[in-house]
Write a protein that binds this ligand. Sequence first.
Ligand code: F58
Length: 834
Amino acid sequence: PEAPAETETEAPATSHEHTRTGMSKASLKQAYIDNLFYIQGRFREVATPHDLYMAAAFTVRDRMLERWVKSAQVYKSSRARTVCYLSAEYLLGPHLANNLVNLGIAEVAQRAGEELDLDFKAILEEEEEPGLGNGGLGRLAACYMDSLATVQIPAIGYGIRYEFGIFDQIIEDGWQVERSDTWLRNGNPWEIPRPKISFPVMYGGHTEHYRDQAERPRVRWIPDMVISGVAYDTPVLGYGVGNVNLLRLWKAEATESFDFQTFNVGDYYGAVHAKIEAETISKVLYPNDDPEAGKELRLKQQYFFVSCSIQDMIRLHLNTVGPLETFHEKFVAQLNDTHPAIAVAELMRLLMDDHAVTWDDAWATTRATFCYTNHTLLPEALETWSVALFERLLPRHLEIIYEINRRFLDEVRVRYLGDEERVARMSLIDEAGGRRIRMAHLAVVGSRAVNGVAALHSELIKTTLLKDFYEMAPERFHNVTNGVTPRRFIVVSNPRLAELITEVCGHDRWIRDLDSLRELEAHADDPKLQARWREVKTAAKRDLAVWLKRHAGVLLDPQTMMFDIQAKRLHEYKRQHLNVLHIIRVYQRLKQNPNLGMVPRAFIFGGKAAPGYYMAKLMIKLINAVAEVINNDPQVNGYIRVAFMPDFNVKNGQRLYPAADLSEQISLAGKEASGTGNMKFSMNGALTVGTLDGANIEIREEVGAENFFLFGMTAEEVRRKQDEGYRPWDYYHGDQELKSDIDLIASGLFSHGDTNLFRPLTEHLIHQDPFMVLADYRAYLECQDRISTVYDRPAEWDRMSILNVARMGKFSSDRSIREYAERIWSIEPQPLGA
Ligand code: F58
């Protein structure tokens, strides 16, 4: 089965109580035992934990496949308009628990497991997550896949089946050490290989211009390398519905004809080499959260999955709906950042070169197909590729980009007579220095809609990054504030909270209609609810404490300590070092006054640093160094402890969000496009300490300013201060406590007397401080003091926590997807019953 538009499938005659796919406890038990035997070749007594997991996975998968076939048939016969989400990353997290919840059989499956004497929790723990993404952008794609299915929008997610996902992080001597992620080692029960769905992908060579039989000018691309992309399909089931969408990830392989025929006949070693080179393309995810310019393999990856995906869309369209003129009516393609932006040139190429469509018609179709989401304003994260690299790798696409640019710039000239500066600014080619292609400009010019991911971010796009484009076509600019799926981030990860909410509301409709959490508001002051709310939180903290004891060797007291958590990629703009400065301040206060009656706190961090990002790695070392001193100082360690959770990923994130009292969202205003961790924490009853950045602003609006701990400069104030000439040195000398905190790091206290270790960090703060840590330091400390005061008044804190959850409806990714569907995609739900 292939949703949503496959031709070759007929539904088998199965019903929900068919022995193989029944949903009753008895059917589940029987199916489980059968799968253990017929798929794993084991029976209970000799099965390994992994066998037990695989049997559970196949039992769940069978139940999804039945719904998948039905979805494919309905979508096909209704010729449903379909969204294609193009993303180089999907940070999916473990499937099993999520699919059980979406199928609505989590409880019955648990009971079935108990009757089979299985350790249900251990089985769930056994799953290795597909870490096919770096951070927020990849996780957003995964949340959107869940919501697309749940709100019943026909969709295909296209991406890359990396053999090695984001590296595993271990901490050695306080430093991050990377280990390769081998998620496919034991097989992946959730994917179905489709060897017959494969496409050639070409690289290099040259182009030839010729006239076809009708004397039309045509172009042919003669590549010097051809590889093949093979589809691997993962079904994505919506919550409480019958809709199953398709996540189609491409694996790179050598083409048979290439390695054994076209390529040097008889040259066995050469052929094997070609195979390795081809397979390299989908081998590993780039672990950087900002692109290093000029990585040839990265461009190869991007083009690889884009080309396969666009070829697949054309195939599906020709198989079902018909002529290419209506391609954009059948499909809308969402570009998740600029990584797939080459799709604009690829669709043009395929329409013109392979299907003899004229430039004007191809352009009209292309422009009507694509939409582009921007996820960053940081200049170093904006993708550009050197023209020279393009010429070498994608010569035909370079020609097409030049022609798009020529026509586009002519429009600009006619619109803004004589404004050649504007023409240079808007060009797809950056002519300054080495000539480079601006992928964001290609994405904008080739799309009918552009959006940012939170209100502030979308405004900044219009006034800074894409100002010229906005002035030319304001109607194409939108905002769609990010969201996260409450299935994974409440129901799966925090079952105690989910149960309590359901009990208080008297229904579980909130899981698909998060706005209905508002019903909790009426109970926010109820002492009985507050007590239970607190119990739920403490239980989650206890779980986390047990885990951290085991995996980080730190002992935290869930009963007395406030859990203050910052979990996200390590980056200077996210300002983990601001958090550390606060910890050091509290430490110094305690040392000066050991009887200071303070609220005990556990400061918990999690996050990976890009392997080549020196400063981020040094921040991890600093956190661990501070942890070592504080946790071993008996004078203070009854009050404060510091823990670094190793290997923050989706699975480990699910342990953190439920256990947080306080969520740290402290980026410099204007730098975090949206943030989504902020939403996950708040949905689980954490209060936020945050700046007016990204979606924090909207979270504060929703939960109420009185239920949010705000500090720091606004984006506007940041800009002004930068324009005036920011001088961190003045802050350093103007604030005794700040100076003494930084000096304490520099003194060698946290580095066994080594005064050099952290010098790059402290010096950088004092002299450059590009993210204005020092300017926001004082406001942050004052805010943290207010937080401690409120935490000391449980009734007040609990009320605020309940109200945070009650008012998080807006941040369900279901809402985001509905906005995309209505405002950007013009696409209607296709309801299918569960
Ligand atoms: C993130 N970007 C934003 N990029 O930083 C965050 O504010 C936002 O909430 C999230 O996107 C979702 O919109 C992000 O995660 C990456 O990881 C890219 C990986 C590939 C290289 C470029 C950055």
